[in-house]
Design a protein around this ligand. Sequence first.
Ligand SMILES: [Zn+2]
Length: 284
Amino acid sequence: MKYRWGFIFLLLIFTVTTWLAVWYETPSKYLTVDFLDVGQGDAILITAPNGNQVLIDGGPDRSVIRALGQAMPFFDHSIDLVLESHPDQDHIGGLPEVFDRYNVAGFIEPLFTAETSVYKTLEQDVIKEKSSHLIAKRGTKITLSPGVYLSIIEAHPATWGPRGGKPDSNYSSIIAKLTYASTSFLFMGDASIKLENQLLTAKSSDLKATVLKVAHHGAKSSNSLAFFRAVKPELAIISVAEKNRYNHPSPETIGWLKMAGIQTLQTKDLGTIKLKSDGISVGF
Ligand SMILES: [Zn+2]
């Protein structure tokens, strides 16, 4: 008798899990973007209407694992693409742990690399995982779901920064834009003001977006009123910790966002921020 109840219980668990998986895999009309709460750093999970997932950056440490666990179904152990915006600790620190816990099909990064031990571990993880490996190039367009694509707006090929030959990883930040019908999200990594100004002169029409992930945690060495006015988002997101030694975001950045009339949300106040788009508008 005891065994029979055990069997029925297992069958029940199996049925519930299967239905959860079927329900989850059923195409949704929503694209969701989770700005994960990882403290001082960036980690953004994109889930396309057909279930394809992209993780942009992995935060500073293993806190990304808890945040991903909350944003993804418990039975889901795969990520289709990890995009590393640039190789600074607050963007790649948690990625080796992500490669340990999840099957990662593809990995995309800028040409600029780092000499740090965490970067070297990540390099090894990409090889071990046999993920397809791409160097980001301006103009690359990745289709995530019918009508949903991620475009590389900029991926500066310089391996050395603009400041007198000194390496500058922020300058190499991949700028990516996610588009779903008439809605879009612009992800700025830690792009510096110099890179933003180059974008402003070169291609301001590509910059318009419904949601802006503000560059470099709201630092004043990035960001400007002119840039915010060119992007003209309905909503700006700043990924930042309550207490950080850089005093991010800067009061200047917050002031420019206010002047431009842009509603701004911060992960330090709200934790993970989940946004949904049906292709017409973006909501919570
Ligand atoms: Zn950063």
